[in-house]
Ligand binder design. Structure first.
Ligand code: C2E
Ligand code: MG
Ligand code: MG
Length: 753
């Protein structure tokens, strides 16, 4: 059983026994009831287990008045007094009524539209009705019509004070968002008090004693019980009920009954008055005035209801407007890029699909920024973001009506140009790139970027997916062709792309099926014709088919990322193959390394592992890298340099492969961790006509390398003329078909040995 039930059940026998006690002890029982109620309420307040704390503190004050008055009366009786004749104490007791009323006012959650005044009109109506009823049923018959029983003022005040509590009880019923058990118990207490007071009044007015009858005593005692139980009920701890307009039909019924009772009582009183020989003015006026006030209150209530409805309608309108604004915002958010405010991929997709569905033609340009990653790495993301915003603004200025400029993510953009033909499309692309080439001023620094673009024209019958994929293929081709350019899509590009992805797939299987081999091509020192090393060159030998050269599958492996695994495999195989020949002749091995491998954080560890697994010393290994890997700033290049520096520390050598075909900036060589320069074979003269010109170039490279302390290796030496020329220029080493073709590992030791 819950605490509030214990409280009720335990207190009930005491309340019922109260009438049996002598007057003095009865006062003590009342005082005890009030004191226990105070203790219970204060405990709950202290424990923080009640909501509406102020209302409950007021209730404590009300009980305090009751206890004080009861104790005073008991003391008076104890001292031989007659009790009930202490005006000051009566005053204290009467103070309990407005306090209980105030506590009840503070109880219910008032719904939002009703404002703080909600329920007051109902309370007013109840008060008027009660005044009429009190007059007609109590004062008129018991006080005015029986002057022989003089009712003391204090007794006469009881029903009037009860009116206060009745009114607040009505307001509570009408205004509460939801009446809870705690409220019902409070109302129970109020009902006990009301009933007892009225019965008391009737009994005293009828000549009864000061202490009241049995029922009234039990009722008063029960009042304290209910008030105490109401704070003990768990619902007293609940926060105010959610605000909602009271729509309870029984609330309406209560009001209707209350409204009707007043006029009915008035009518009854008037009819009775009409039968009297002389008209008693108060008997007519007292019931009529509250009835008129009731009518007035109802008018106010109606006006208030109208205002409430209007306010609700406005609120609803407001909520709807807010919702539609929110929806528009969400839609914008879903279809636009947050950083630049440009349409995003989805919106571009939608517009392209719409255009194609309507049978329109036009063109799509996909492009991204060259070197954007570098800007991000060097200046930080905020600068990168600012650059993107600035670029977006600049490109927007180039738009013509109907165009859609979208940011697809990162530094990727797209321009959709409805109705534009192939030739115009390329021109639009060129204009975009030209706009990008102008330096961008971001946070005080001047940044240089360029763009690379792929263009795809389309007409009715294309699908959006194909157009996007084709533009992407063209973009890929533009990047492969050296960036800062626009390339138009053609079917060949798509075939090549398709081949690449097919190749990557087959290569993956080949690596697993052990279909790859490494061949070795000798590198010979000029002057003594001593073989100083071999370059490891990967071969793909599918069963029952001609071997496939690396030029046909390395790009696919790079694009798919498979190069990392493949390169690792070649490195391990080459170290293992080279270990015996290095032990026998001192010749080393050169292994080609892809930029993707150097980007792996554990590259150094992998090289270490390959060396220690094979037993090959570090100084017998040369890593060949291309120029591009070392150019540029940013964490990528820095990591590569750190890797190479760490490896050089254990004797591994680094060679720049195909020197002269890439960035060709000789100045940067000085600061890089390299040992060897491999001059690309395109520098060797291929016909007798250009010997002089080519010679000058090779000489310049060889001289430069020597001044930097680098070893030079000439690639693609096919003829005696090449050989003699290089000898004359002072080149250190040569490699080429003249000296030997790439051969399998087991064929290496033969010529050496
Ligand atoms: P590379 O590193 O410059 O290798 C030299 C290429 O020139 C080899 O082609 C070689 O067979 C060829 N060659 C050698 N002497 C002559 C000559 O006198 N005349 C002509 N015309 N060519 C000659 P290969 O084996 O087809 O390799 C092509 C490229 O593939 C290599 O160029 C290298 O960049 C790449 N590659 C080969 N193996 C690997 C590897 O294991 N990993 C990586 N990442 N790349 C590799
Ligand atoms: Mg090489
Ligand atoms: Mg090379």
């Amino acid at each position: 059983m819950r605490a509030w039930m214990w409280y009720l059940v335990g207190g009930l026998p005491v309340a019922l026994a109260a009438p049996l006690l002598p007057v003095f002890e009865r006062q003590l029982v009342y005082a005890l009831g009030g004191a226990v109620a105070i203790a219970v309420i204060v405990r709950r307040l202290r424990a923080g287990r009640v909501a509406r704390r102020r209302a409950w503190w007021i209730m404590v004050a009300a009980m305090g008045c009751a206890v004080t008055a009861n104790l005073c009366w008991a003391a008076d009786l104890g001292l031989g007094g007659t009790g009930g004749d202490l005006p000051l104490v009566d005053g204290i007791y009467f103070a309990m009524y407005p306090l209980i009323g105030a506590a009840m006012l503070g109880q219910p959650a008032v719904h939002r539209y009703g404002s703080a005044l909600a329920g007051f009109t109902e309370a007013g109506v109840a008060l008027c009705t009660a005044v009429v009823v009190t007059w007609v049923a109590l004062y008129d018959p018991f006080v005015r019509d029986r002057p022989e029983h003089s009712v003391s003022l204090s007794v006469a005040l009881f029903p009037a004070l009860d009116l206060l509590i009745l009114a607040t009880a009505v307001r509570m019923v009408v205004a509460a968002g939801a009446l809870r058990a705690t409220h019902l118990l409070l109302l129970g207490g109020a009902a006990c008090l009301l009933t007892s007071d009225i019965l008391y009044f009737v009994s005293v007015a009828g000549g009864g004693g000061w202490a009241g009858s049995g029922i009234t005593s039990a009722g008063w005692a029960a009042t304290y019980l209910f008030l105490g139980a109401s704070v003990l009920h768990p619902t007293a701890a609940m926060p105010p009920a959610p605000a909602r307009p009271s729509s309870a039909t029984w609330g309406t019924v209560v009001v209707a009954v209350v409204v009707l009772v007043g006029p009915a009582a008035t009518a009854w009183s008037l009819l009775r008055e009409l039968r009297e020989p002389s008209l008693d003015v108060p008997d007519v006026v007292v019931p009529l005035v509250p009835t008129a006030v009731t009518a007035l209150l109802l008018v106010i209530r109606l006006g208030h209801a109208g205002r409430v409805e209007r306010r609700r309608a406005l609120d609803l309108q407001d909520a709807l407007r807010q919702q539609s604004q929110m929806q528009a915002l969400l839609r914008h958010h879903a279809l636009h890029d947050a950083l630049t405010g440009l349409p995003n991929r989805r919106l571009l997709d939608d517009r392209l699909t719409e255009l194609l569905a309507a049978g329109g033609r036009g063109g799509l340009i996909l492009f991204d920024l060259d070197g954007f990653k570098d800007v991000n790495d060097r200046f930080g993301h905020p600068t990168g973001d600012a650059l993107l915003v600035e670029v977006a603004r600049r490109l927007e200025a180039l738009l013509t009506p109907g165009d859609t400029l979208a940011r697809l993510g990162g530094d990727e953009f797209a321009l959709l140009c409805p109705g534009v033909g192939e030739a115009d499309l390329l021109e639009r692309g060129e204009r975009l790139l030209a706009a990008l080439r102008r330096p961008v001023d971001v946070n005080g620094s001047e940044l240089f970027v360029s763009g690379t673009a792929g263009a795809r024209g389309f007409s009715a019958g294309y699908s959006a997916t194909i157009v996007l994929a084709d533009a992407d293929v063209a973009l890929y081709a533009a990047k492969a062709a050296g960036k800062d350019r626009v390339v138009a899509f053609d079917e060949q590009l798509r075939d090549r792309q398709l081949q690449r992805s097919q190749t990557a797939q087959r290569l993956r299987a080949a690596l697993a099926a052990d279909e790859l081999a490494v061949h070795y091509q000798p590198i010979v020192a000029l002057g003594g014709d001593r073989t100083v090393g071999f370059e490891a060159l990967v071969r793909w030998c599918p069963p029952a088919a001609a071997p496939i050269g690396p030029d046909r599958f390395i790009p696919a492996a790079e694009a798919s990322g498979l190069i990392v695994a493949l390169g690792d495999w070649v490195l391990n195989r080459a170290c293992r193959d080279a270990a015996p020949w290095h032990a026998a002749t001192g010749a080393g091995v050169s292994v080609n390394v892809s930029p993707r491998q150097l980007a792996e954080p554990d590259f150094v560890a992998r090289v270490h592992a390959a060396l220690s697994a094979s037993g090959l010393p570090g100084h017998a290994l040369t890593l060949e890298i291309t120029e591009g890997v070392l150019v540029g700033a940013g964490p990528q290049a820095e990591q590569t340099i750190a890797h190479l520096t760490a490896l050089r520390a254990i004797g591994v050598k680094v060679a720049i492969d195909d020197f002269g075909t890439g960035y060709s900036s000789l100045a940067y060589l000085r600061d890089l961790p390299i040992d060897i320069l491999k001059i690309d074979r395109s520098f060797l003269p291929h016909s007798r006509d250009d010997v002089a010109g080519q010679t000058a170039l090779v000489r310049a490279i060889v001289d430069l390398a020597r001044s930097l302390g680098l070893v030079t290796v000439a690639e693609g030496v096919e003829t005696e003329e090449h050989y003699d020329l290089l000898c004359g220029l002072g080149c250190d080493r040569v490699q080429g078909y003249l000296l030997g073709h790439p051969v399998p590992a087991d064929a290496v030791l033969e010529p050496v040995g």
